[in-house]
Design a binder for this molecule. Sequence first.
Ligand SMILES: [Zn+2]
Length: 77
Amino acid sequence: MALADRITAAPKRAHGLPCSVGDLLDRLPDDERTALQHMLDNGWSQNEIYDAVTAEGHEVGRQTINRHRSRSCRCYR
Ligand SMILES: [Zn+2]
């Protein structure tokens, strides 16, 4: 399988219980979800994202941020 083939087989979100980050993404209004996804996709550190999210009154697991970003959380199992 070539890398070019693999990008079409990217891990898909499962329908089970999402992790705390996936759950938050599901619950946020569109503009907030876009902002958080931007942080995840553009190199914000785990701690920077954690501080921003909790400052807005949301609860996520600090370690879950990198797990969700690397798709090793339960969203993708
Ligand atoms: Zn997740």
